[in-house]
Design a protein around this ligand. Structure first.
Ligand SMILES: NC(=O)c1ccc[n+]([C@@H]2O[C@H](COP(=O)([O-])OP(=O)(O)OC[C@H]3O[C@@H](n4cnc5c(N)ncnc54)[C@H](O)[C@@H]3O)[C@@H](O)[C@H]2O)c1
Length: 415
């Protein structure tokens, strides 16, 4: 059986669990440019919370910031970020930088597999030329490539690397078989062999685009039902009794996947002369929801004769989704900025987020414990179990007389 030496480049939410799982079956080296991250992994702590201390202490994975270690591998997996820039265009810098490093340290006969989410064509048209340039080797003669998108869902302990079916693709039949063998060894849910690298790239990017558009529809419905004075949650509960009603919910679409990937697809579409309409409508609606929720809260505060100017609002949650410490591209910031533009003073409480990360990324100092009888309003922005488990009535003690609780996620019935 094909049993390569594996090197995972980029040990974040995707790369670390992947390296740990593959190390049950193969020799695995984990490389990352972030010294703090490697130090923390060597100290036995995963800052993302995806890998337990126990698993980390048991793993045989070798962690390093030394690019030389890449040479020891002949199956290199690249799992670095693929963000957008301030103009919402794909920023391939980390991917191309990682390709430079891998190219500079590429052993003959290696297979390089990309896992980062991209638009169709990036692996072959953007990354391969960099690999060739920095390795001074020829694609398909001295090295091969593949693409296998990641589908993990941070914080989700049920759908994990080994329990989610994995799409694999390769530049030749032989590469495809080898890639399928490696992933097939560790992924219990099975492998789907895509017919080409571009098909695999496109499949990943549309998975999140489809979610984005469905959530946008729910957000549009939320705006309509708010105006009609009916509860979107109750409408969805009723509608979902039909067998084929899709269970999407309105809310903020942040993070580095659903709110980002559609821009990758849209960029490629524009490049080939098609103006994507539904995709961009979804993006517009979802990107505007933070502002919408903030304004709805302000309206409610005014109707209740609560102070808006210098009024205190407690924001419950700043991470981009519930029960994970990830704050990248959190849309809660849109809510905070909009509230502040009305003169509101926002205190943010989030025991799941790392206070230092929040300070560095957004310049916000998280509060440790809210004050009693202090806030004009509380806005529930993230459904952390920590918040929900207390029950909605618990939060009344933080409110001034007549103060209000505004529930972005409409979770009150679960509180
Ligand atoms: N997080 C998810 O839920 C998820 C799910 C599916 C797909 N993806 C995709 O997977 C990719 C990685 O996402 P992530 O969430 O793991 O990102 P991340 O930011 O958590 O981790 C990326 C890691 O790569 C490292 N890195 C950056 N540049 C590097 C370089 N040149 N060389 C070596 N290491 C480098 C960073 O230091 C970091 O530790 C992205 O394309 C993302 O869209 C993410």
């Amino acid at each position: 059986m094909y049993k390569p030496e594996i090197c995972v480049v980029g040990l974040g939410y995707v790369g670390l669990p992947l390296a740990i799982e593959l190390s049950r079956y193969f020799n695995v080296i984990g490389f990352d440019i972030n010294k703090n991250r490697i130090k923390s992994l060597l100290d036995g702590k995963d800052p993302t919370g995806e890998v337990s201390d126990k698993l980390l202490s048991e793993t045989k994975t070798v962690f390093s910031t030394d690019p030389d270690v890449i040479r020891k591998g002949n199956f290199i997996i690249i799992a670095v970020p693929t963000p957008i820039d301030k103009n919402k265009r794909p920023d391939l810098t980390p991917l191309l930088k990682a390709s430079e490093t891998v190219g500079s340290n590429l052993s003959d006969g290696s297979i390089v597999v990309y896992e980062s989410t991209v638009y169709p064509g990036v692996t072959e048209d953007e990354c391969v030329p960099v690999l060739e340039k920095y390795s001074k080797k020829k694609w398909k003669e001295n090295f091969n490539i593949g693409y296998s998108p990641e589908r993990i869902n941070p914080g989700d302990k049920v759908h994990t690397f080994s329990t989610i079916k994995k799409i694999v693709s390769g530049d030749t039949d032989d590469t495809l078989e080898k890639i399928a063998t490696v992933y097939g060894t560790a992924v219990k849910a099975g492998i789907h062999k895509a017919s080409s690298i571009k098909v695999a790239e496109a499949a990943k990017v549309i998975e999140n685009t489809q979610r984005d558009i469905n959530i946008a529809l729910m957000n549009e419905l939320r705006i309509i039902f708010d105006k009609l004075g009916i509860s979107t949650r109750e409408v969805l509960e009723a509608a979902s009794t039909k067998w084929n009603f899709l269970p999407f919910e309105p809310g903020l679409v942040g993070g580095h996947c659903i709110g980002v990937d559609p821009y990758y697809l849209a960029y490629k579409a524009e490049e080939i002369g098609h103006h994507p309409q539904i995709i961009m409508a979804g993006r517009r609606i979802n990107d505007a929801m933070g502002r919408y929720f903030a304004r709805e809260l302000i309206k409610k505060m005014i109707h209740k004769k609560l102070n808006v100017m210098e009024g205190k609002v407690l924001v419950l949650g700043i991470t981009f989704k519930e029960n994970v410490p990830d704050i990248r591209n959190s849309k809660v910031i849109d809510i905070i900025q909009e509230l502040e533009s009305f003169g509101v003073i926002a205190d943010v409480w989030d025991p799941v987020a790392n206070p230092e990360d929040v300070q560095n990324e957004y310049g916000i100092k998280l509060i440790e414990t809210p004050e009693d009888n202090f806030y004009e309003a509380i806005i529930i922005t993230v459904k952390h179990n920590f918040f929900i488990s207390k029950g909605i009535d618990y939060y009344n003690k933080y409110l001034v007389k007549n103060g209000i609780i505004f529930d972005v996620k409409e979770v009150s019935n679960k509180c």
